[in-house]
Design a protein around this ligand. Structure first.
Ligand code: HEM
Length: 464
């Protein structure tokens, strides 16, 4: 940790606010990613630290499993909702999955769970398998090196497009390309250390024009889809999330309204497509990086599924190494590095006073590499999730890459299914390796609200 950091209140007794740097600008910087910077600071200040920009509320960062659990489980009522985005006042937050709380949150989560259940019990498996086929075709188009991160983003975007809009796009269709580019930009730009969170007026300045344009593009895209759906809506035959939303609108309910539909749809889309795309990117990058592990996964594929049969999601439970590999991806490159919460009452965490009105960052990135809980946390080691005979997948209570508490991830099964089916379908057909003509990727990742892999090139060689 740099010597410029000095503690404000480390020894001020149990009711002191958490310690932190006297100069809050140290949370900014370009040499390291936001996840690395905040994690480095936790090594210096401990599991709970804070900073305050002039004119902005106190921000507290929680950095290990114990304090995150103390907040989200032990004091859940103090942290009901996320820190809202700069568009809060312009477009409102009611109806948003991310920002609703109390009864609204219960109703919206129920609605989303219902939609996901219908989809998961119905067409999800078929649609992911079909998309995996399209992805395999794109990987094997010719023998030249391919850049997979873009394709994986589009494939994951297509699953969400099928779920929400009822259709998939070709990988060269500008509609899905522009939609995913806009979501990518929003996820990259809105990392929690972006000054716009502290000073929302920045949003109206020149520097945030692209952010605004991306938000407006996404809004208009989804609103056009809703308009289209309304023109031939059949309540007896809902085909996707938009139809389910339209069906949910009733005269006596003031939460589900046509004009709010795009909010909910946008949250379902963006909470899923980008984290899942990042999970897929890391999976392919790590498969290329660790050829010995690729071989082990292939051996499980051959033993349990074979190279011809369509992989089924249930196969995962007979493939412990593959399962452990996927768990380790979500630990090693914690795809959603942070959660955020607004603090609505005074609360004590780890003995420190956190006043009402503060903001809290849940540093999942740091929690997943806490050296007290993870042996060699910076190494990629799927075997940490395996029993010593390699046959049983271990659950670690402190493994929380999908969050905990009443705002945890709603798409855990879906995320796992996409990673498993895309990964196994690809490995049935191809041996994957980094292109020897390009420098190997750093695998540090690019951190926004999601940690994505840097672009890289691979060679997909057909099996047999
Ligand atoms: C690898 C893929 C994924 C990862 C790593 C991931 C991770 C997370 C995490 C860490 C949170 C909680 C953040 C917080 O504490 O504030 C979250 C929330 C959420 N996730 Fe996921 N997610 C993934 C895929 C999905 C998918 C496929 C869906 C499907 C719809 C989904 C839907 C959601 C929703 C709706 C929330 C917000 C819940 C709420 O605020 O009530 N996620 N996700």
């Amino acid at each position: 940790m740099g010597s410029s950091l000095s503690s404000q209140s480390e020894n001020e007794g149990p009711k002191a606010i958490p310690p932190g740097p006297w100069n809050p600008l140290t949370i900014l910087g370009i040499s390291k990613s936001p996840s690395e910077r905040l994690t480095d600071m936790s090594y210096h200040y401990g599991p709970v630290f804070s900073f305050r920009m002039i004119g902005a509320p106190l921000t507290v960062v929680l950095n290990n499993h114990r304090v995150i659990e103390e907040a989200l489980i032990g004091n859940a009522d103090a942290f009901p909702t996320r820190v809202t985005s700069p568009l809060r006042h312009q477009w409102g937050t009611r109806g948003r999955i991310f920002y609703s709380h109390g009864e609204d949150q219960v109703a919206i989560r129920q609605f989303v769970y219902h939609g996901l259940k219908v989809f998961q019990e119905g067409v999800l498996f078929v649609k992911v398998s079909e998309e995996a086929r399209h992805l395999c075709d794109a990987f094997g188009k010719d023998d030249s090196p391919i850049e997979p991160t873009h394709l994986l983003t589009l494939a994951s975007g297509n699953i969400m497009s099928i779920l929400n809009f009822g259709k998939r796009y070709d990988y060269n269709d500008q509609n899905i390309i522009q939609l995913m580019e806009s979501f990518d930009y929003l996820h990259l730009a809105l990392d929690p250390t972006n000054p716009v969170h502290q000073f929302p007026w920045l949003y109206e300045t020149f520097w945030y024009r692209k952010l605004k344009q991306s938000q407006e593009f996404v809004r208009d895209f989804i609103q056009d889809e809703i308009k289209e759906h309304r023109s031939h809506f059949d309540p007896d035959n809902p085909k996707d999330f938009i139809d389910l939303y339209l069906k949910r609108i009733t005269k006596d309910d003031d939460l589900f309204l046509v004009e709010r539909a795009w909010y909910t749809i946008k949250d379902v889309f963006s909470s899923s497509s980008n984290p899942t795309a990042a999970g897929l990117q890391w999976m392919i990058a790590l498969i290329c990086q660790h050829q010995d592990m690729q071989q082990k996964i292939l051996e499980e594929v051959e033993a349990v599924i074979g190279l011809e049969k369509l992989p089924a999601f249930e196969d995962l439970h007979k493939m412990p190494f593959t399962h452990a590999f996927m768990k380790e991806i979500l630990r090693y490159r914690t795809v959603v590095p942070f959660g955020t919460r607004e603090v609505v009452r005074d609360v004590t965490i780890n003995g420190y006073h956190i006043p009402k009105g503060s903001r809290v960052y849940l540093n999942y990135w740091a929690a997943e590499r806490d050296p007290d809980l993870w042996h060699n946390p910076d190494q990629f080691m799927p075997e940490r999730f395996l029993s010593s005979d390699g046959k049983t997948v271990l659950k670690h209570k402190h493994h929380i890459p999908l969050g905990i508490g009443h705002r945890d991830c709603m798409g855990q099964t879906m995320a796992l299914m996409e990673m498993f089916l895309f990964g196994t379908n690809l490995l049935q057909k191809y041996h994957l390796k980094f292109s020897p003509d390009e420098p190997p990727p750093s695998l540090r990742g690019i951190c926004g609200t999601v940690v994505v892999a840097e672009q890289f090139k691979l060679i997909a060689t057909k099996r047999n």
